[in-house]
Ligand binder design. Structure first.
Ligand SMILES: [Zn+2]
Ligand SMILES: [Zn+2]
Length: 180
């Protein structure tokens, strides 16, 4: 997923709209993630003299593992990406480093997959769910409860320390209100 920006590079301020589609290089973007199929990236590259500033929107599908039932599911992602591509990314000023991600520009070519991969990882849900109503796995036998029940006795919801403290606090508050 590469764009050639040679023609605008020598004219700072010059812009070049682009639209590319392709695979995000490298499987296992993160341990729990696989990119399923391609991503489409649309945006504008603007020359900043020794590199380009890229503002783009990427769309595609990733495969995630549900944190409740451990099933694999596909999730569509739409990502706004912003980055700089520089000939010598190490030379960038400290200021740049804090503000915006910088990737390397090689022979006038930007490899957008690096930028998109970075953005995917930033936007992964902390606890991916195949559905908000996912029932998860039976804590006793491990059966997937989305695919039908099991005959296990579910443990009683026991009293917890937190629950007891909460009740005590509520009772205290009730007493105070009663007196006043
Ligand atoms: Zn699930
Ligand atoms: Zn069970």
């Amino acid at each position: 997923m590469k764009i050639d920006v040679t023609e605008i590079l020598k004219t700072p301020g010059a812009g070049m709209p682009f639209e590319v589609e392709g695979e995000i290089a490298g499987d296992g973007v993160a341990d729990e993630l696989q990119v399923a199929g391609g991503f489409a990236v649309r945006g504008v590259a603007t020359s900043i003299g020794d590199g380009v500033y890229v503002d783009a929107h990427a769309e595609g599908t990733v495969k995630l593992t549900c944190s409740r039932c451990l099933g694999s599911f596909a999730k569509k992602m739409g990502l706004d990406c912003e980055a700089k591509f520089m000939e010598n990314p190490e030379d960038r000023s400290r200021e740049d480093r804090d503000e915006i991600e910088v990737f390397s520009l090689e022979n006038g070519v930007c490899d957008l997959s690096e930028m998109v991969r970075h953005e995917i990882v930033l936007n992964l849900p902390m606890k991916p769910l195949c559905s908000p109503r996912c029932k998860g796995l039976c804590p006793v036998c491990g059966a997937n409860l989305n695919e039908g029940g099991c005959d296990c006795e579910k443990p009683d919801p026991g009293e917890t320390v937190f629950g007891r403290k909460l009740l005590e606090a509520l009772n205290e508050r009730g007493k105070k209100h009663g007196r006043s």
